[in-house]
Design a protein around this ligand. Structure first.
Ligand SMILES: [Zn+2]
Length: 258
């Protein structure tokens, strides 16, 4: 697979592919990056009727390229037999942090961790554009694609009503069945984990950070019924990490499609 290192090139490729697969690219605004002024894009594809709405977001941390590349692969595969995804209202934000992507850094070019600023009264430009859009477009299911430099295998966070209804165990089982490594540590990022799943019910959601919240918590506050955050291990080749992210997404979409 081709690895993109410039956010402008990435955005051009993703826009072109989106149009070819029936997604409508919307430019929410522009932000500055080392490659110039770069659009923040949202891709949407509607279906008739009252289908559930899924939002897939990627690239909020610039040094986690598997998420944006998984969006490209999703668009490539969309026409070839991803039937369940065709039955949902789909929104995709392919790359939230262009300046971090260009520098291969977690933070944006002003040194801000964008995933701690949702809901803040004065968010950075990238996040202000998204907050304005998200508030107008309610979502049922939110999936955030991340990577974690410290992890030896895939793991995920799920913010769901309770364990019996959680998607996490099914996603992790699908990944294990394909031979992908899972982080089996009982504690990940300081939180209790079970076979790669960090489950949080609404009771265990921490208070918002004073300066803002992670995107998943913000989406929950806006009414998303379930939010998932995937974390792939950057020590593996990009193509393997993209395969993990896509398989996890495919499993979620199959579980969620009516
Ligand atoms: Zn991240």
């Amino acid at each position: 697979m081709k690895e993109f290192c410039s956010s402008r090139e990435f955005m051009e490729a993703v826009s072109e592919m989106a149009v070819g697969t029936g997604f409508r690219p919307r430019v929410l605004g522009h932000v500055q990056s080392d490659s110039g002024s770069v659009p923040i894009l949202s891709l949407s594809r509607k279906v008739a009727g009252r289908a559930p709405r899924i939002l897939i977001a990627a690239g909020i941390h610039g040094d986690e390229p598997a998420g944006p590349h998984a969006v490209l692969s999703l668009l490539e595969q969309f026409e070839k037999g991803w039937e369940s995804l065709h039955r949902l209202q789909v929104e995709i934000v392919p790359l939230i942090n262009p300046s971090g992507f260009d520098r291969r850094e977690r933070h944006n070019q002003t040194g801000t961790d964008l995933n701690r600023t949702f809901g803040s009264p004065a968010p950075p430009p990238e996040i202000r554009l998204l907050m304005d859009d998200y508030r107008r477009r309610p979502i049922d299911l939110f999936v955030d694609l991340h990577e974690d430099v410290d992890t030896p295998g895939f793991y995920l966070y799920e913010l769901a009503p309770d364990l019996p209804s959680a998607f996490g165990p099914k996603i992790l089982a699908a990944l294990r069945a394909e031979g992908h490594p899972i982080n089996l540590s009982p504690v990940i990022e300081g939180m209790a984990a079970t076979d790669g799943l960090i489950l949080r019910t609404s009771r265990t959601v921490p208070r918002f950070f004073r300066q803002g919240a992670p995107q998943g918590l913000y989406m929950k506050r806006l009414g998303a019924r379930r939010t998932l955050t995937f974390e792939s291990p950057p020590r593996l080749p990009l193509s393997d990490r993209v395969a993990m992210q896509l398989l996890a997404l495919r499993t979620v979409v199959d579980l969620y499609t009516p």
